[in-house]
Design a protein around this ligand. Sequence first.
Ligand SMILES: Nc1nc2c(ncn2[C@@H]2O[C@H](COP(=O)(O)OP(=O)(O)OP(=O)(O)O)[C@@H](O)[C@H]2O)c(=O)[nH]1
Ligand SMILES: [Mg+2]
Length: 399
Amino acid sequence: MKVHRFIGQTARESLARVREGLGPDAMILSNRSVSDGVEIMACSEEDYIAVISTHAPPLLATPILSKAAQPASEGQDNMLELMTEIRTMRDSLETQLSEMDWIGQQQRHPTKAGILKALLATGLSPSLARYLTEKNTLNDGTVEAGIAWAKNMLTRNLAVLPSDDDVLDEGGVYALVGPTGVGKTTTIAKLAARCVMRNGPGKLALITTDSYRIGAHEQLHIYGKLLGVMVHFVKDDVDLRIALEELKNKHTILIDTVGMSQRDQMVAAQIAMFSGTQVPIKRLICLNTSSTIDTLNEVVNAYRGSGLAGCILTKLDETASISGALDVVLRQKLKIFYIATGQRVPEDLQVPDARELVEQAFKTQAWLQSATFLDSELPMVMGTASIRRDSSVKGLHVE
Ligand SMILES: Nc1nc2c(ncn2[C@@H]2O[C@H](COP(=O)(O)OP(=O)(O)OP(=O)(O)O)[C@@H](O)[C@H]2O)c(=O)[nH]1
Ligand SMILES: [Mg+2]
């Protein structure tokens, strides 16, 4: 590759010289201020393409590359503006390169498109689908083998409660938190019934922080009565500390909380309340599997605080696809304690099985019309900057 050096008194002038010398499609490799102005190193587009076709992967990672095509506007004389322009051009160039790279891969390994389409059709996020397709080491296998590989990777990465005994035998204090109506109180009732069946009513206590909404505590009160377990109401952190002290001999304490939108400022106060106790409180977030990936991510980020013990996936019976929830759980590295599959107390609560969850996610793919892509649309999925740069998928172990 022949690299050319251009110097102008201003960035604008240097850029104009690049265009003059190498044409509007010249590639800018670097720029810096020098004693006599602004220096730009650039090469022709042909030279650049010749190099990337032989060394595609390393160059794709090269940080500063952009096209000189766009004419400089007035007031673009300072370096800051030039850098902004270069960054924008670099983004669009990287997108194009990624798209070209994908088209090349698609030609070399035609099964990749099939795998990517299948992953997208389950409702997994484009960035996770892209990551799994890229990391797939079975390049020359069948689409089915690629999907099986992806399923294995997803299964291996899903953290689930190994057995109910971890909660029922070990006991401790658990608080179920999350947005309104996700099934916290119903799940507490289901869990309470399990605890009573295992250890008897005397070893369990129920606490609710949901004491101010009209009729809200009635729900838990009724379940408590049915199970023969006292329900304690707490309104603030002082109350909570007193209640926990009083109940310190209980094997298990389950705390029901008032549902709050993830955007509610009270979420932070709730996190502080549960963090400030002497007895550690394990917070489990209830995630409605019917919610979108973006909503679930927002919910987890808002409720995370100093750390969630794990999550309970709810309303699996109502959702078209659980892939979105699995996607969030994988990225956020949340352990799944239970899955709730209906309104019946106590029947509709199960200990999760990672493989079964993944299988279920892939079974629903035919329904998700919105996630069905044409071959011609796949380069866009592979190239889009936000999808390409999403680093939250990189925590997955896929070797
Ligand atoms: N289909 C289905 N419905 C559920 C499930 N879990 C809870 N529900 C229903 O969802 C509704 C809300 O459940 P709650 O347990 O009151 O939800 P919550 O999180 O305590 O709600 P707030 O206290 O208002 O925040 C009720 O009608 C439940 O019967 C489930 O797994 N599947
Ligand atoms: Mg409730």
